[in-house]
Design a protein around this ligand. Structure first.
Ligand code: FAD
Ligand code: N01
Length: 572
């Protein structure tokens, strides 16, 4: 198919951002895996497209999160694009779960291979997007002065792209080096011999802490909530494993697409069998309905439960479905989990400090690690349990808790993200009649399928709230959304429609469905505070944002809706 954007295009605002509104078919915001693939599919259709990306290169998450230890927690043979068989066959992963530099190289390779950079404007942030009712188009503005008019606006802005910097008293006064895992500098800081502090023990902190401990002179971990983390079991990828994957990719990809989590883990190379919506997805990745096993933990005698944890370690809880649903089973699993921590960590006080007690297992996103608990046996690592001695302030020289001041040269914030809604709510985004998104979402995000919002015609989200997104292998869910959007655009073109938006009742029903599915799971337990619920950000509505019904089931629903003539959407 020809690519009209490769011909001289009057609508190239990058050439002269101040030349007045330029016109393209589609604006895409973000050049992570979602924005890159969306661009590919738009160009394939002969549509003109402009992508704006705040960073200086492609990769999104893997461009920004360069902290030591950053890597994916889904096997890379599965956490990779499936849309191009040549790409799948050519790319060589070196580890089971690749580290950030390798994933970023992969993203760059994709950009080069498909010549994507030509239509991406880097170092440019979209600041506003307004729907113009009269012209039936989006008017998009950037911080570099571009003004672009587009029929379609596709938000590929990422679920975890806005770092959360907590409002710690005195933070601005810190005289040392302040770092955030989500904005790690391109030039790796030399930490040799330095006193380093880390605030935050979620996935980022848990990955960074063991590596920082090896590099720093002294490492102090300021922990507010202990984490439940299980060994990642990462290892070099064997050539035979990669070859078998490549030989069986079509079948494996199909099973991924029909699985609950979008990945198969250790099951990937097992004999093919009828795909089922539940139970696939191995290690930490983001169990949607969770718990592959059929037997409950409470079905076992106490010595059998202990034996399971002895055999499989702290991750044993993942084998029992009732742990995800029944508070009693969950607490039994928590106690066995704590016992595992006590086995690994030598100092009893430190072990007690690392034991989670305030919230259930499977309430937050699963975390996997490489030697996390073992790191606290190192002589240069100290745990400060902020439950016992709360953080009072950051001082020019370090961090003061109620127990005293810890002197630091470097302070690392591993404090997460304003997840799922953060990137969109930072854009001045208005729909019909100038309706601001911030009003529409004041009580939590409202979408139909996580793809569109009422009163925001022709605006699509990739992995928007209300879709499986962060509970799945996100490259699989990105591909599904991008392909669904591309097919919708084809349908609109073929049927002579120029706008598409969800009916209010479809949004209402979908929001209710998403909430209903999450009710009664550990995700929404009263003691659970997670970024899934928005509770890490002050003032954010407490609403469970992702769709928990399983990726395969969700995908099936999206397909049925499209086949029924885009049921629930208004095409005009
Ligand atoms: P992103 O990669 O976040 O890209 C969005 C891009 O949009 C960013 O580059 C951002 O700069 C840009 N942007 C946002 N707003 C604007 C604006 N207004 N103007 C211009 N540009 C803008 N998922 C998994 O499935 N498996 C994993 O193992 C896994 N590991 C992860 C590890 C880390 C450290 C993190 C933070 C996330 C991880 N994730 C993982 C989730 C990860 O975010 C997704 O897998 C995937 O990379 C998301 O791609 P994306 O393109 O949707 O968003
Ligand atoms: O962020 P988090 P993250 N004072 O929100 C603490 C993906 N990811 O960047 O729990 C003290 O999970 C906070 O404490 P608490 C993955 O989806 C994947 O680690 O609020 N502490 C918590 O300990 C993941 O879930 C990988 O009490 C404060 C931590 O900071 C998501 O990104 C790797 C604080 C934040 O944890 C986010 O993970 C990395 C304060 N004021 C990321 N504010 C993989 O392995 C916050 N905290 C694939």
């Amino acid at each position: 198919m020809t690519d009209p954007t490769s011909t001289p295009n009057a609508a190239d605002p990058a050439a002269d951002p101040f030349a007045g509104p330029a016109v393209v078919d589609a604006v895409v915001v973000g050049a992570g895996f979602a924005g890159m693939y969306m661009l590919y599919r738009l160009r394939e259709r002969g549509l003109t497209a402009m992508v704006f990306e705040a960073g200086t290169d492609v990769g999104g998450t893997w461009y920004w999160n360069r902290y030591p230890g950053a890597r994916c927690d889904v096997p890379s043979m599965e956490y990779s694009y499936s849309f191009d068989p040549g790409l799948e066959q050519d790319w060589e992963w070196t580890e089971l779960m690749a580290a950030q530099p390798e994933i970023l190289s992969y993203a760059r390779h994709v950009a080069d291979r498909f010549d994507l950079r030509r239509h991406i404007t880097f170092e440019t942030r979209v600041t506003a997007a307004h729907w113009d009712d009269e012209r039936q188009r989006w008017r998009v503005r950037t911080d570099a002065g571009h003004e672009v008019e587009a029929r379609w606006c596709i938000m590929a802005t990422g679920c975890l792209s806005v770092p959360n910097t907590p409002d710690l008293p005195g933070l601005d006064s810190f005289a040392g080096t302040l770092l955030h895992t989500g904005r790690w500098p391109k030039e790796e800081p030399d930490l040799t011999g330095l006193r380093v502090g880390v605030v935050g023990t979620g996935s980022s902190g848990v990955q960074a802490i063991p590596v920082l401990a090896e590099r720093a002179g002294q490492l102090t971990v300021f922990q507010r909530s202990p984490v439940y983390t299980v060994p990642a079991g990462n290892k070099p990828l064997r050539a035979e494993t990669a070859a078998e994957f490549k030989a069986r990719y079509p079948e494996i990809r199909e099973r991924q697409r029909n699985s609950a989590t979008g990945f198969l883990g250790p099951l990937a190379l097992k004999e093919s069998r009828p795909a089922r919506a539940e139970g696939e997805g191995g290690t930490g990745g983001g169990a949607s309905s969770g718990g592959g096993g059929r037997k409950g933990l409470l079905d076992l005698a106490p010595d059998e439960r202990e034996a399971a944890f002895d055999r499989f370690g702290p991750g044993a809880y993942q084998r029992f479905r009732d742990v995800y649903l029944d508070p009693e089973a969950n607490e039994v699993a928590c106690e066995l989990f704590r016992r595992e921590i006590r086995k690994i960590v030598h100092d009893a006080d430190t072990a007690a400090g690392l034991e989670p007690r305030e919230y259930p297992l499977a309430c937050k996103r699963p975390v996997i690690d490489t030697h996390y608990y073992e790191t606290f046996n190192r002589p240069n690592v100290e745990l400060v349990d902020l439950r016992r001695s709360p953080l009072v302030e950051v001082t020019p020289a370090g961090v003061r808790t109620t127990d005293g001041e810890v002197a630091l040269d470097v302070l690392v914030l591993a404090t997460g993200f304003d997840a799922m809604t953060g990137a969109l709510s930072r854009i001045e985004l208005t729909g019909r009649a100038g309706r601001p998104l911030t009003d529409v979402w004041a009580d939590g995000p409202r979408t139909y399928l996580g793809l569109q919002m009422e009163d925001f015609p022709n605006l699509f989200m990739v992995n928007g709230p209300g879709s499986p997104s962060v509970l799945s292998n996100m490259i699989v869910s990105i591909e599904q959304h991008v392909e669904w959007i591309a097919a919708a655009l084809d349908h609109l073109a073929a049927s002579g429609h120029t706008t598409m938006e969800p009916a209010p009742e479809a949004v209402e029903a979908w929001v209710a469905h998403v909430n209903e599915l999450a009710e009664g799971t550990m995700y929404t337990a009263p003691s659970c505070n997670s970024w899934y619920l928005g509770s890490n950000i002050e003032g954010k509505a407490r609403v469970f944002m992702p769709y928990v019904g399983g990726f395969g089931r969700y995908r099936q629903r999206c397909t049925e809706i499209a086949e029924a003539g885009y049921d629930g959407f208004v095409l005009a």
